[in-house]
Design a protein around this ligand. Structure first.
Ligand code: ATP
Ligand code: MG
Length: 577
């Protein structure tokens, strides 16, 4: 490809509306341009990277026996009404009517459409296991589209759906997809973790997210430094604390704590450690149910764990009025002793081992000291409701400690069970001719998000450093002085030889100063650069620069093809084994 005939509109300035590095660099490198909020044009260079990644995904999906198809973006409302998600999905679902007033939506995901196809076409146990996938544009009217392709409204996803005769067969399909995902992200040379995840609104029994580690990641994840346990913090189990409690039980006392509303203030005022205090929180469901949650003062509540335990659809902090109605107290002085009205009290498991606790007295400016369970108050259950922290013991192994990371979710695999097949009545006939419900799994990868995440992880102050497997071009040839016909001829010769070898080369033949060319080449992140200049040529040498390491080799033009090929093959083959 000739740079002068190609289209790479690079920008010198960092666009002010781009917050994260990948978004800034994708704009500056001329990979994408915004059309509307969360909606982008993929310019030629950006599209090349996207296609590279899609091909890796496609190869691994095919290897794992998934079968490619393509479903429409526009989906009829009836299917969503049948699954129950028309009402449930909320504003992320972009809905509209056609000229006959029939309701439709832009597909944010395709469980309904594929299940409808399968219920019509799959009739017998002999047709399973089967797994269909597509690489296709999704639309989600995200509340806060941001970070470029990372959280768009229109974005490309690979989604796959497996269909099996029973739960254990579905587990095997899940495992196959899990392993394919591991290979996909390994082949891209990304530093990532597969973490246990909450199943969220898609439902189902278990799931893993694939997280690319990056400081700008929206998710917090933990992994054990000794075993393979890793989880999204939303889901991570906290280890069971065994606290030695040989304190003598003291008598309950109410003490004055004027204006002391936070744990830190109360602990400092009473001169006790925060881990002797109890944090009391009141939460409400969307239907107005209330619950009181108790945690050790220095711990944080994990709302999702509490919500999942209660089986609520929504969980929000209770309002001051709701709180006053059950406790008779303003916020800041709450506790489980002397409640005005009945409310279930759930305590984190750690609270079970605490004695002589400090907690609010349900009265303005008053706290209790030496509060003890059973004698002074009861709880309806001890549940793991705290958010794990870095340094916590691993919940799975004896020796490990949890490390904390920020991650970008690039892939997600779910065991769906029979959630959609039941709702849409997708059944098959077993070997005895008996009708059975199909078991499903679903598996997504954000294509654009992965390319953006790769840039988050691979860049420097000069621009992108593409991992070779998803680089838009493997290599560039930069002719330093285009006026020198000897340089141009040598550069062109190298370019043509490389192209003939099947190497993807960008020939920077532009009539620009060398500094401009080097800057652009660094910015767009091509992994290997061959610089052809008159001085070097006079000595029979050209320069080969490796973008990722900064290493510069001085080699003869004849050595270029073999050296370049070897560097590329090493990167591709190593990752592909
Ligand atoms: P998130 O929690 O980030 O909103 P999700 O759980 O809604 O993601 P899934 O429904 O599991 O995402 O979609 C599968 C994959 O599609 C995700 O792992 C992610 O890589 C990608 N994806 C989801 N939403 C977006 C988006 N708005 N823009 C780009 N990619 C997305
Ligand atoms: Mg989402």
């Amino acid at each position: 490809m000739l740079y002068s005939r190609y289209f790479i509109p690079t920008m010198k300035e960092t666009p002010s509306d781009a917050e994260v590095v990948s978004h800034q660099l994708m704009l500056r490198a001329g990979m994408i341009r915004k059309l509307a909020s969360g909606i982008y044009n993929y310019l030629p260079l950006g599209l090349r990277s996207i296609r590279k990644f899609e091909n890796i995904v496609r190869e691994e999906m095919n290897k794992a026996d998934a079968i490619e198809m393509l479903m429409p973006s526009v989906q009829p409302a009836e299917l969503w009404q049948e699954s129950g998600r028309w009402a449930f999905y909320g504003k992320e679902l972009l809905r509209f009517k056609d000229r006959k007033e029939a309701e439709f939506c832009m597909g944010p995901t395709h469980e309904e459409v594929i299940t409808d196809m399968v219920r019509r076409e799959i009739k017998s146990y002999r047709q399973m296991p089967i797994n269909f996938y597509q690489i296709q544009g999704k639309f989600r009217d995200e509340i806060r589209p941001r970070f470029g392709l990372m959280r768009g409204r229109e974005f490309i996803m690979k989604d796959a759906y497996s269909f099996d005769v029973d739960s254990s067969a579905a587990d095997l399909s899940y495992e196959k997809m899990f392993n394919a995902y591991m290979r996909i992200f390994e082949r891209c040379g990304l530093n990532f973790r597969a973490v246990e995840a909450d199943t969220g609104s898609i439902g189902g029994s278990s799931s893993h997210e694939f997280m690319v580690l990056a400081d700008s990641g929206e998710d917090a994840i933990v992994s054990c430094d000794a075993c393979r346990y890793a989880a999204n913090v939303e889901k991570a189990e906290s280890p069971l604390f065994t606290v030695a409690c040989n304190d003598t039980v003291e008598s309950l006392q109410k003490v004055s704590t004027p204006e002391m509303k936070t744990i830190a203030d109360v602990a400092a005022f009473l001169n006790v450690a925060t881990n002797k205090t109890v944090k009391t929180l009141v939460y409400a469901s969307d239907t107005g149910e209330l619950v009181m949650a108790l945690l050790r003062g220095d711990h944080e509540l994990n709302e999702l764990k509490l919500k999942n335990h209660l089986g609520w659809d929504e969980i929000v902090m209770a309002t001051e009025e709701q709180i006053f109605a059950v406790t008779g107290s303003p916020v800041g002085f709450l506790g489980p002793i002397g409640l005005k009205n009945d409310i279930p009290v759930i305590a984190d498991r750690v609270v079970k081992g605490m004695t002589n606790m400090v907690m609010g007295a349900n009265e303005k400016d008053q706290h209790f000291i030496n509060a003890n369970r059973v004698r002074d108050f009861e709880v309806s259950g001890f549940i793991d409701i705290r958010t794990v922290e870095a340094g916590d013991a691993c919940p799975r192994c004896d020796s490990g400690k949890l490390e904390m990371w920020r991650g970008i979710e690039v892939g997600h695999v779910f065991k769906l069970g029979t959630k959609y097949s039941k709702a849409l009545n997708a059944t098959y006939l077993d070997a005895n001719g008996k009708e059975q419900i199909i078991f499903m799994g679903c598996y997504g990868i954000g294509i654009g998000r992965t390319v953006a995440a790769a840039i988050e992880q691979n860049h420097d102050e000069n621009g992108i450093i593409f991992p070779i497997p998803i680089a838009p071009f493997h290599c560039s040839v930069v002719a330093v002085n285009t006026k020198d016909s000897g340089v141009m001829a040598a550069a062109e010769q190298i370019y043509l030889t490389l192209e003939n070898l099947g190497i993807e080369v960008l020939f920077d033949d532009r009539d620009e100063r060398p500094g401009v060319k080097f800057k652009d080449n660094d910015l767009i992140g091509i992994p290997l650069r061959i610089v052809v200049g008159s001085k070097g040529l006079a000595e029979g040498k050209v320069e080969l620069k490796v973008r990722s390491t900064g290493e510069v080799l001085s080699i003869s033009p004849e050595e270029v093809p073999a050296t370049v090929k070897q560097l590329i093959d090493t990167a591709l083959i190593q990752k592909n084994c």
